[in-house]
Ligand binder design. Structure first.
Ligand SMILES: CC(C)(COP(=O)(O)OP(=O)(O)OC[C@H]1O[C@@H](n2cnc3c(N)ncnc32)[C@H](O)[C@@H]1OP(=O)(O)O)[C@@H](O)C(=O)NCCC(=O)NCCS
Length: 146
């Protein structure tokens, strides 16, 4: 088993981008105001972020975007192929993201869940996460970007 959680989990390469977007679309994660290709390209070129994927033949079984801001870790775009959900892949991807952060010296991971995504809250609770009493505030700094 690799340091990430499974030898099958690797960093995404440029030619994986269309397959990742296909996975995110099928998993219901793409929003009109977030361009997935821009998000993937930006994360891939950052030294503080990575896109971890579980490739399977011509498709991508699961993905997670992981990164840190020099203090806390964060994950986005955790996705498992809808045909393969409930088989433990999501938990393995989160373990891989945690191990990636630990390898970067990060000791706490914060993540955000859309308020209408009740199912995923149970998933995170099952793998050891708990809700904290915080309000997330945000402001767009540029018109472009996602
Ligand atoms: C959320 C998601 C990544 C979970 O991946 P998964 O491979 O289906 O989950 P796993 O099989 O690894 O489940 C791990 C544990 O959580 C539980 N779990 C998973 N989904 C659950 C749900 N909807 N409700 C309750 N428990 C759930 C599993 O039963 C399992 O528990 P166990 O270890 O006691 O058996 C996947 O469902 C997904 O891609 N959803 C759509 C995209 C999404 O919402 N991403 C998250 C954005 S924040």
């Amino acid at each position: 088993m690799s340091a990430l959680a499974s030898a099958d989990i690797v960093s995404a390469a440029k030619n994986d981008i269309p397959k990742i977007i296909d996975l995110w679309t099928r998993a219901g994660l793409v929003r009109p105001w977030n361009d997935p290709e821009t998000d993937i390209t930006f994360a891939r070129k950052s030294p503080n972020a990575d896109i971890l994927i579980w490739p399977k033949r011509e498709t991508i079984l699961a993905s997670v975007m992981v990164g840190h801001d020099g203090h806390r870790g964060v994950v986005y775009y955790l996705a498992v192929d809808p045909d393969q959900q409930g088989n433990g892949f999501g938990a393995k991807m989160m373990k891989a993201a945690e191990n990636w952060l630990i390898s970067q010296g990060i000791w706490k991971l914060n993540l955000m869940i859309r308020s209408d995504n009740h199912a995923v809250q149970k998933f995170y609770e099952n793998i050891g996460y708990e809700a904290e009493d915080r309000i997330v505030m945000a402001r767009r700094l540029k018109d472009s970007g996602t």
